[in-house]
Design a protein around this ligand. Structure first.
Ligand code: NAP
Length: 250
């Protein structure tokens, strides 16, 4: 059998785990992980890595043709909707078997202070309408801050993996850099900045979940933003299921 080429659209722990598992299971397969290239130190990834984007769905389809990609797995973050949409279109166009690996959304039992809203704009409206909200941990990354720009009366706490090139556009805010810690550390962060409300994306996964658990434990308000709809027809939740799918395709 000719050697196959697997392209993984990455940027998540699951993508990293899948690359590792695929390299281990099929040492002769070419395992290629693609990153957007926004994180300064993304860490080691098994196999080959390309970075910087393709130039839309057409660019991705052309890349797959040039590189002889046989299988495409979208393992990007559940909120990377643009990339995921491009992947669906490009896989159809290039007639490459396609799978989405997406960790399940969180569900929280016994969380009376938690509400889920459909969009970033709805989260901003909820913050603006509640006069009991003063100090917010806006844990949504850097890209969607514009939706909250009217809320200049609130204190905003941000955490970014890398120091931001531009300070967030808020009069009263603080930035910490780093990745999520254990639940106790997340609780300590919320207390240190006297946070009363956490806004987060329903990203799923164990690491990002800790800040939500910490906020629930402290009885803070939690506004979770629901995931964008996916256009993919073939989903799995775990790396093991993705490995089984690859096996079926070979
Ligand atoms: P996005 O808005 O869906 O994508 C915007 C553009 O970035 C895409 O059109 C593509 O450019 C490029 N891109 C995104 N992911 C890529 C990948 N894996 N490989 C190559 N190009 C990629 O994406 P995003 O939300 O900015 O996320 C960027 C990266 O960060 C993704 O790898 C994602 O898994 C990771 N991430 C995102 C979040 C989040 O909350 N959004 C959280 C953690 C990690 P071209 O059109 O030029 O191909």
């Amino acid at each position: 059998m000719a050697e196959k080429t697997l392209l993984i659209l990455g940027g998540t722990a699951e993508a990293r785990g899948l690359a590792r598992a695929a390299v281990k299971a099929w040492p002769k397969m070419r395992v290629l992980t693609s990153l957007a290239g926004r994180t300064l130190s993304p860490g080691a990834i098994a196999g080959e890595v390309v970075s910087g984007g393709f130039g839309g769905a057409d660019g991705l389809a052309a890349f797959m043709k040039e590189e002889g990609v046989d299988l495409l797995i979208d393992a990007t973050h559940p909120f990377a909707a643009q990339m995921s949409g491009n992947a669906v279109t490009a896989a159809k166009r290039a007639k490459v078997p396609f799978l989405t690996l997406e960790r399940p959304a969180w569900a929280f039992a016994n969380a009376p202070t938690l509400m889920e809203v459909p969009t970033f704009e709805a989260a901003a409206r909820t913050l603006g309408a509640d006069s009991g909200i003063h100090r917010v941990f806006l844990a949504i990354g850097r890209q969607e801050l514009a939706a909250f720009s009217q809320l200049q009366h609130l204190f905003m706490l941000f955490r970014f993996v890398d120091p931001p090139a531009q300070w967030p556009p808020f009069k009263n805010c603080q930035v910490v850099t780093g990745r999520p810690g254990r639940v106790e550390q997340e609780r300590e962060l919320l207390q240190r900045y006297s946070i009363d409300t956490l806004v987060a994306k329903n990203s799923g996964g164990g690491v990002s979940r800790r800040k939500v658990e910490a906020a629930i434990q402290l009885g803070l308000k939690v506004i979770l933003i629901a995931r964008p709809a996916s256009a993919s027809a073939t989903h799995v939740d775990t790396v093991d299921e993705a490995v089984a799918w690859i096996d079926e395709q070979l």
